[in-house]
Design a protein around this ligand. Structure first.
Ligand code: ATP
Length: 456
């Protein structure tokens, strides 16, 4: 059962070291969060799972890790300088700032109810900076608001340096920055976040087929992360709500504690992107309406083997927010169970491959050297399996350790006791979900863990 409120998740995240408010020490910086010891592990595991599915398990996708600052020229031609805007409304009474399209009535302040509000004006959400020592317009650059533009800019580099042929894709995971008018709902709407994006280049005319294909692939991926497809409302975005580049978009809206909201968009972008950034636009029969490009140095097109005609590929883009994804995964995993003794336990039932800690090795008593040394040995051996983090947990109270590891979603707890040393060289392995405990020989632990994680 998912969390009943965002507060439950926020509180668990802070208490157990998943996510902290950024700059808390100085009063907090709105719209920025820091991922703590467990948050960074969970994030890395989600990234790995996405990368495995989008790159390693395919032969038609290559990876990229581009710079996060882009030139003003790039964002001029992508359309962001002119159109990456949200409508800003300000209340003259209480000075609150709001996004008009998120308000029930943009003529009434959401904060104080006043009707003395400004008409909406377009506010550009990109963070602007200067590149080099001169702080003038000629040196302006932007922190990228999405990872996609650098992928388009590298289209030819990837094509020429690999054996890729369309249909093929370029995948990237990385930071994006948006100066949101209102940051809210914990890590759902923030000003610095991570995206996981695939730009998949296809022959014009095959775009609809690939669009459906990627919707299906993405739903399968979500299912493997513990978010079943019936947890999404799949929105076929209405024509009038589509972004300027989009031919058609499917939004995956997940039921967050604050309501259904977008976690991923799968957009069919026609030849808008490569067409915007290419040179010699007029020779390429573009279908999309693009700004005339006078600065591009490269033709972003491929030659048809049979007809020899130059074709600008169409793009299908599954684009997911990592932070929003993590929040959905965490919400799905969050479970409150009532036990036989009528006590409650909170368990994060992560899929094993996503669990921040793969196993905790716990000596029964923290001040008994033989137990501690044995537990450390076991930890070191299991760590070498490469399954992820294995933790040596020396808190001295096994019951408390179990509760703590339930709450952070550790699938296995391994306890070393006096029998381990004195009689059988076996340990107690406790399963997070069933709470069942079994005795396993230390010599069999590595195989046990490998099998467990293979199955999960
Ligand atoms: P929204 O309508 O919620 O502002 P968007 O449609 O502008 O989102 P896209 O431009 O499609 O978002 O970006 C792709 C993905 O990046 C989104 O599906 C979302 O998961 C993530 N994302 C976008 N903006 C933010 C943000 N401010 N904070 C966290 N994640 C974000």
């Amino acid at each position: 059962m998912p969390a009943q409120s965002m507060d439950e998740l926020v509180s668990l995240c802070k208490r157990r070291g998943f996510i902290f408010q950024s700059n808390e020490l100085y009063g907090g910086l709105k719209g920025f969060y820091d991922y703590g010891p467990l948050g960074v592990e969970l994030k890395n595991n989600i990234k790995q799972s996405w990368w495995r599915s989008m790159v390693y398990e395919r032969d038609d996708v290559e990876g990229l890790d581009s710079s996060t600052i882009g030139s003003q020229t790039m964002f001029k031609y992508s359309g962001h300088t002119e159109t990456f805007n949200d409508p800003l409304v300000e209340c003259k009474e209480c000075q609150a700032r709001m996004r008009a399209d998120h308000m029930k009535d943009p003529k009434i302040c959401e904060n104080c109810g006043s009707t003395d509000v400004t008409p909406p004006r377009q506010f550009n959400m990109m963070f602007k900076t200067n590149i080099g020592p001169m702080a003038d317009e000629s040196s302006a650059g932007y922190l990228r608001p999405e990872t996609a533009q650098h992928i388009f800019a590298n289209f030819k580099n990837v094509l020429d340096s690999t054996s890729a042929k369309i249909p093929f894709g370029i995948a990237q995971i990385g930071r994006a920055y948006r100066n949101e008018i209102v940051a809210r709902n914990f890590i759902f709407r923030v000003r610095e976040f991570e995206q996981m994006e695939l730009e998949f280049f296809v022959k014009p005319g095959e775009d609809e087929k690939w669009h459906d294909f990627w919707l299906e692939e993405r739903l399968k991926w979500w299912e493997a992360q513990g978010v079943a497809r019936d947890k999404f409302q799949i929105e076929d975005v209405a024509k009038e709500d589509l972004a300027h580049y989009s031919k058609r978009t499917f939004d995956l809206n997940y039921l967050y504690p604050h309501g259904y909201d977008e976690v991923e968009g799968i957009a069919s972008r026609s030849d808008y992107d490569l067409g915007s950034h290419t040179k010699e636009q007029d020779k390429l029969n573009l279908t999309a309406k693009v700004k005339k490009n006078e600065d591009s140095t490269t033709r972003l097109a491929v030659q048809d083997i049979d007809t020899k005609a130059w074709v600008v590929p169409f793009v299908i883009e599954p684009s997911m927010g990592l932070d929003r994804g993590l929040l959905a995964i965490m919400n799905e995993a969050y479970t409150v169970e009532r036990l036989d003794d009528n006590k409650e336990r909170i368990v994060l039932k992560f899929k094993p491959h996503l669990a921040p800690i793969k196993a905790a090795v716990i000596p029964l008593a923290k001040n008994k050297e033989v137990l501690v040394n044995k537990a450390k040995d076991i930890k070191n051996t299991l760590q070498k399996l490469g399954l992820g983090r294995v933790l040596f947990e020396n808190s001295g109270n096994v019951g408390k350790a179990y509760r703590r590891h339930d709450e952070v979603g550790t699938p296995l707890c391994i306890t070393v006791d006096f029998d381990t040393i004195e009689t059988d060289d076996k340990v107690t392995v406790r399963n997070r979900d069933t709470m069942a405990q079994e005795r396993i020989a230390v010599a069999d632990l590595a195989n046990y863990m490998q099998d467990f994680y293979k199955a999960g």
